[in-house]
Write a protein that binds this ligand. Sequence first.
Ligand SMILES: [Zn+2]
Length: 136
Amino acid sequence: MTVKSIVLSKNQIDILKQHSEKNSPNEACAILFGKTDDSSITVKEVFLTKNIENSPVNFTMSPEELILAYSKAEREKLDVSAIFHSHPGSVAYPSSTDKKYMEINPVPWVIFSNIHDEFRAYIYDLDLVPVPVKIL
Ligand SMILES: [Zn+2]
């Protein structure tokens, strides 16, 4: 899938930053619901999830929360557009573990680096491809 950009509002960015700061030093995670138009994803809703691993270098969402997220997206006629997680102590670039999961889950992965206060997004399409993050 080619994705030209992922668009988030300032408010959504603030929610994700707060969620990341609250979970630090562990990774925070969330699911982003949105609409895709002309290969550009606009995020409509942020669904915050728990990192059941409580780890500073990995994250896992519970199956229960995933089921909840998918049914909520379906009810609201939104797509499960992207996966978010934070890197409390490193750059906003996928780790080797991220890369492995990105391969089997080819939606954009949005990463926030707490230490660099920076959002970046990547999608796995044969290799890691950067997706521009636009903040409106
Ligand atoms: Zn990661």
